[in-house]
Design a protein around this ligand. Structure first.
Ligand SMILES: [Zn+2]
Ligand SMILES: [Zn+2]
Length: 176
């Protein structure tokens, strides 16, 4: 997978949002603070309760796209997510590399988040296929991932889950 474009890296924000624990009162705020490099410098990370609910709904939609098992389902859910986006792209070289941002730089943080996540996820789905999204096969983990491996062979959300599962399979074999 060509991974050197903002279009592809923005999907990482989408995956991180889908896997984040947004449940506690300040869950969304903590997520924004941990990922503030995605927002225009100086953007207020303050959210109203209703904004926090909207961010959590966006997270659920990303997850729903990753869990969808047919192309029609992917399209329905992806378009639901895209309907929340307010794209107004602009080119920038703020980090030394010329690339596109999807949301206007002075948009409120929720708009920047939703737009970046929706556009990043869509780019990967239309360019590389929805089969690139999946849910972790490790027992007790239901995190979603985007498969960036060359042969699309990924099954786990992280190396931690992959090695945990290898050990568990080894133990299971020894027992039987
Ligand atoms: Zn950038
Ligand atoms: Zn996992």
């Amino acid at each position: 997978m060509d991974y050197d474009t903002y279009g592809s890296t923005a999907v990482e924000l989408a995956i991180a949002l889908a896997n984040a624990d947004l449940e506690p009162d300040d869950g969304v705020s903590r997520f924004l603070a941990a990922h503030d490099e995605w927002f225009t410098a100086g953007t207020s990370l303050e959210l109203t309760a209703s904004d926090a609910h909207k961010a959590a709904a966006t997270a659920r939609l990303v997850r729903a796209v990753a869990l969808a098992e047919s192309q029609p389902d992917v399209l329905t859910r992806l378009n639901e997510l895209l309907a929340l986006a307010r794209p107004r792209p602009y080119a920038t070289d703020h980090d030394g590399e010329l690339h596109l941002h999807y949301a206007r730089p002075d948009a409120p943080v929720l708009e920047q988040l939703t737009t970046t996540v929706a556009m990043g996820l869509s780019q990967v789905v239309v360019q590389h296929g929805w089969q690139r999204l999946g849910v972790c096969s490790a027992e007790g983990c239901d995190d979603v991932y985007v498969d960036t491996s060359r042969n699309a062979s990924r099954r786990y959300c992280s190396n931690t889950c992959a090695s945990r599962s290898t050990v568990a399979a080894y133990r299971a074999r020894r027992k039987s």
